[in-house]
Design a protein around this ligand. Structure first.
Ligand SMILES: Nc1ncnc2c1ncn2[C@@H]1O[C@H](COP(=O)(O)OP(=O)(O)OP(=O)(O)O)[C@@H](O)[C@H]1O
Ligand SMILES: [Mg+2]
Length: 298
């Protein structure tokens, strides 16, 4: 209990680690994915990231939804370049990053992943150097993935080790999220998996759905899911989307905003993230290695 209180204080005060100078809980990469599309990933990512920004964390969202990138739409930002321009060597990261409210930064992904495969080792090193800003300066990097479990999504999950899955109470969304968990279990056994149930009619409904999925995971996969919470179906979310103004800012006292803030705090309070931060295991380096591995398979 005392530990938890201390941790919360550290979070609220945004304390920095006395050895590294980084904020506590720094350098976390949180990949957000789902089985079914349209379950609220992008809205949750943007609003959780803003909440963390309000708490003093330097937060970035990597829009990795290669098909339909729309983090920028929710924040009413106009991307000019994408990560692909950094990879081609034409642009510096600072030319590509978009600046949102609460110090939130957005990195439009573009269709970067196929491109990276063709880089030679010198170009790849150069790119790592360019992207090292992310690990040096960012406290939290959210990766907003496309729905379903493509190879790209698996790549991100294996590199980050921390995965947040979103489902809704719809039976199809539940079935699809379980399919994602099975794939993650197969290819990224070590991943830390949290679940958010979005668009519920009550907190109780969220918990029941979590229990159902968690039981199946426990019985059939011997895998323990972490419950991060639920968000009610709330028209404020839709209104905020139409206004292009995130609901935690536009309607901070709405049920969806309160629930999202609570989930963001829960994520920050989670014990040490399961992310390897050692030099050799840096996220980007691992990501590069994995992409390089994919290139080898072609
Ligand atoms: N809690 C909620 N209450 C009501 N509507 C919601 C809620 N969460 C999301 N929505 C609505 O659901 C729609 C889809 O949301 P969003 O784009 O965030 O989903 P997504 O999972 O990112 O979709 P995609 O798979 O296409 O990337 C949006 O129009 C949004 O307004
Ligand atoms: Mg989305």
């Amino acid at each position: 209990m005392a530990d938890q209180a201390e941790r919360l204080r550290a979070i609220v005060q945004g304390q920095r680690d006395m050895y590294t100078g980084r904020r506590q809980g720094a350098s976390r990469i949180i990949v957000v994915a789902s089985g079914k599309g349209g379950v609220g990933k992008t809205n949750l990512v943007v609003n959780m990231a803003l909440t963390m920004g309000q708490l003093g964390y330097k937060t970035m969202v990597l829009d990795a939804d290669l098909g339909m990138a729309n983090v920028d739409i929710l924040l009413d930002l106009k991307p000019v370049y994408t990560l692909i321009d950094v990879m081609c060597g034409d642009k510096e990261l600072r030319d590509v990053i978009l600046h949102g409210p609460c110090n939130l930064e957005v990195l439009p992904g573009g269709s970067c992943i196929p491109e990276i495969i063709n880089l030679d080792s010198r170009q790849r090193e150069q790119l790592i150097a360019r992207l090292s800003y992310l690990e040096e300066e960012m406290d939290i990097l959210f990766v907003d993935c496309s729905a379903g479990i493509s190879r790209n999504v698996v790549t991100f999950i294996s590199a980050a080790d921390e995965l947040v899955l979103i489902t809704t109470p719809e039976p199809t969304a539940i079935t699809d999220v379980y399919s994602v968990i099975k794939v993650v279990d197969k290819y990224c056994r070590h991943a830390n998996i949290g679940l958010i149930v979005n668009m519920v009619s009550s907190a109780q409904e969220g918990e029941q759905i979590f229990q159902r999925i968690a039981r199946v995971c426990h019985n059939f996969l011997k895998l323990e899911l972490i419950y991060l919470g639920s968000v009610n179906f709330d028209q404020h979310v839709q209104k905020a989307v139409i206004d292009r103004s995130p609901y935690v800012l536009r309607y901070p006292r709405s049920p969806a905003a309160r629930a999202t803030q609570q989930i963001a705090r829960h994520l920050l309070g989670v014990d040490k993230p399961n992310i390897a931060t050692g030099k050799e295991n840096k996220f980007l380096k691992r990501l590069m290695q994995m992409w390089a591995g994919q290139a080898g398979e072609h």
